[in-house]
Ligand binder design. Structure first.
Ligand code: ATP
Length: 337
């Protein structure tokens, strides 16, 4: 038997969508999507440890969250632009749900303590909660395999457990760049040869994903004669080719997010920011996922840094990053707490 206190850590990336096409909701309320995901180099870290005291409390999984040192999110917390209290610490936390799913699959829960080092702004359209789930799947799988002396479930099984937790979770395990269909979890990897340089501008207030979809539904009811449920528009092959080649001007031409209009309807001031980033030299700007984080595409890493400096002069929280990057990864070190 492994010592009590054994721990394992994993990281998982945030994402943005270079295309997000939305269809009419199905009877179960989900909107069919056609999307092009890119995993970006802002990573959540989840550490899982065996703690037998936790086994006797509630579901047997406990979680704490801290801002990742040096991250823009940590600066946002420090300046009062974000609050850790926005993140649930009960069994609705996606990392806790992921840990419970892995325990069920391994057939045992010895008591698990999770720590999330958060770098991805909350409710920002960058999939931070999904990244926490993906990292927790990997960390808890490795931990339980060692503790119970069983084989690991492996990435394929973890991705299928992840699909039950949230539509973006399997992509956070896969990483890179991928076409997503259905709820976003029917994935086809896109091989890419070059990096794209991006700048993210998180906002002080989050936007609820269901509220943005409701606004989309409201606006499309007003503009369409509904004879049959509309499917999402297919992905534009020119965009997929440009993204795979790291052709930033090509991506800037074809990038498209159907949820941008409803997000702007809910937060109209984001339109000024989008124009401002382009005035400062961005090739394109869009709302990331369901927002409200704004994402800009830059010509190069240096251009991205210049853009960050320009946006910070306006007292904005802004940071540069690049993608595609790898999906959830185990940190190859073991220890005890
Ligand atoms: P998406 O792009 O997948 O719609 P998002 O990036 O907009 O997600 P998240 O940061 O994933 O948003 O959080 C959305 C909501 O999920 C939060 O408001 C919070 O209530 C809940 N939540 C559950 N678990 C977590 C977690 N580990 N981290 C952050 N939020 C979480």
């Amino acid at each position: 038997m492994s010592p009590v206190g054994l721990r394992a850590s994993a990281t998982a990336p945030a994402k943005t969508n270079l295309a997000l096409h939305v269809g009419d909701p199905t009877p179960d309320g989900y909107h069919p999507l056609e999307t092009l995901f890119i995993a970006v180099d802002v990573r959540e870290t989840v550490t899982a440890a065996i703690n037998t005291h936790v086994a006797r409390r509630g579901s047997g999984v406990a979680v704490t969250v801290s801002p990742a040192p040096g991250s823009e999110y940590a600066e946002m917390i420090q300046s009062g632009a974000a609050r850790l209290s926005d993140i649930p610490l009960d069994d609705s936390n996606l990392a806790v749900r992921a840990a419970l799913a892995v325990c069920a699959a391994h057939g045992g829960n010895p008591g698990i303590e999770l720590r999330i080092d958060k770098a991805v702004p909350v409710a920002g359209g960058m999939g931070g909660g999904s990244a926490d789930a993906a990292a927790a799947l990997v960390a808890v799988d490795a931990l339980l395999a060692k503790h119970l002396d069983q084989p690991r479930l492996g990435n394929h099984r973890l991705m299928s457990l992840g699909a039950d937790l949230g539509a973006d979770v399997p992509f956070m395990n896969l990483g890179g760049m991928a076409e997503g269909r259905g709820k976003g979890d029917d994935l086809r990897a896109v091989e890419s040869t070059n990096q794209l340089h991006l700048v993210f501008v998180p906002q002080d207030q989050g936007l609820s994903t269901p509220a943005v979809f409701r606004e989309w539904d409201r606006a499309s009811r007003g503009t369409q004669v509904q004879v049959a449920s509309a499917q999402p528009n297919p992905l534009n092959p020119a965009l997929v080719r440009a993204a795979a080649a790291g052709d930033a001007p090509g991506v800037a031409t074809w990038v498209r997010n159907d949820l941008q209009s409803p997000a702007l309807e809910l937060l109209p001031e984001l339109a000024t920011l989008l124009n401002h980033g382009v005035d400062l030299g961005a090739l394109a700007g869009w709302i990331s996922g369901s927002g409200p984080t704004v994402c800009f595409l830059a010509e190069s890493a240096d251009a991205a840094e210049d853009l960050v400096k320009g946006l910070r002069r306006e007292h904005r929280h802004a940071f540069s990053t690049s993608g595609p990057v790898e999906g959830a990864q185990l940190i190859p070190e073991w220890g005890t707490i």
